[in-house]
Ligand binder design. Structure first.
Ligand code: ATP
Ligand code: MG
Length: 160
């Protein structure tokens, strides 16, 4: 596996939460995480872990758009959780990506719907169903900042 990829198996929902928390504690305002995977593979479960690591596990529905959940932590920074599944036209009504990244980090489910408005430098997470309780997770970095996050994640999660 090359330096820009980490591949592992999560054996339970709680393990996925813990991996998510490792990611969440490394995120800073301006960071983007894109989640790919079929329905029910565990994207939202991972986001719940990311929010915990980010420092806020209580989601508020966005005042402007119902497909956005906002996790605001003590310093005022927000983790924006976008579910783009129902979108088609390459935009996210009620959310300016630039503004959001100025105020926090973004995690997107079904990012393919939004290509064109999302920055290239992102952590690309893919999740595959193995069986009832196991998922294959692959995380790839797509730029300098995401590479830095991935390196730190590898150290935190696997000690290497
Ligand atoms: N190892 C695992 N990691 C994550 N979830 C798991 C795992 N094993 C079983 N599950 C179950 O799989 C389901 C994942 O649901 P979740 O809502 O997180 O998926 P999703 O990818 O967000 O789906 P959707 O595409 O519908 O938004 C949950 O019911 C969870 O308990
Ligand atoms: Mg989901």
């Amino acid at each position: 596996m090359d330096a820009n990829t980490v591949d592992f198996i999560s054996s339970s929902p709680s393990q996925t939460l813990r991996f998510g928390a490792r990611i969440g504690e490394l995120l800073r305002p301006g960071d983007l995480v894109c989640l790919h995977g079929d329905l029910g593979t565990g994207k939202t479960t991972l986001v719940q872990g990311i929010a915990r690591g980010w420092g806020s596990s209580r989601a508020a529905r966005s005042p402007t758009f119902l497909l956005v959940h906002e996790y605001k932590r003590a310093d005022g920074m927000v983790l924006f959780h976008l579910d783009a599944f129902r979108l088609r036209n390459g935009e996210f009504p009620g959310l300016e990506v630039e503004d959001a990244l100025g105020n926090g980090a973004i995690v997107v489910e079904w990012p393919d719907r939004l290509e064109g408005i999302l920055p290239d430098d992102r952590l690309k997470v893919e999740i595959w169903w193995i069986d009832e309780t196991r998922r294959n997770v692959r995380i790839e970095s797509k730029g300098a900042r995401s590479e830095e996050i991935l390196r730190a994640f590898r150290k935190l999660a696997f000690g290497s």
